[in-house]
Design a protein around this ligand. Sequence first.
Ligand SMILES: [Zn+2]
Length: 236
Amino acid sequence: MRSVLQSLKEYQDVLIRIAELDRLLSMVPPDVENLGKEWNSIKDRITQLTTRQGEQQTQLKEKQTALGEANIKAKKFEEDLHQVTNTREYHAALKEIDGAKKLIHTLQESVTARQTELKEIETNLEECSQLEAESRSRYDEAMTRLKESQKEHQIELGEKKRIRDAVAQNIPPRIMKQFERIAMRRNGVGLAICINSVCTACNVRVRQNVVDELRKFKRLISCESCKRILLFGDQE
Ligand SMILES: [Zn+2]
């Protein structure tokens, strides 16, 4: 029975490590995740800036076209001025010229504003693409490191599964079933070590006559409190 209990202990240790490795393999560590988030937020910023740049370029083109048209109109009004035949027509033509000049002024201001804005966007975009490149390389490095450690975990997982299957051969099916039934209800821990007359899984005192029995390794004994199979662990 002693060797069966030792195998159970080994079996349980390997199960715990397998669960830990599964957990490590299924998650992205927070530091790597944060680097990914940082990179994405910079990319979002670049997308926003690019959209804004497109809008401003469209508006600039519209204003420039309007400005061109306004200039042509203004020139035509100037020509009209030379062909007036009376004072009324003269004043009307002057009014048209005045209106056209005001429009040209407004459009010019608008064109300048768009150009200034576009320059600003361009500067921001340059800064952002610099930041994006730095952020991406930090993320890539972290991912490479993660993949390397995941590879190690994957190898260890394979080894541990082989050990688990080999150790399972040393445990009689009846005892294995009992262990698995307990482990399933107790976070995968079906075996507890009794040290100094205390169950180390639930910290409840084990009666002296039970400890004496455990010491003999003659039969399977469960903790009266947590029901886990007990293994005598005092150094002899
Ligand atoms: Zn216990």
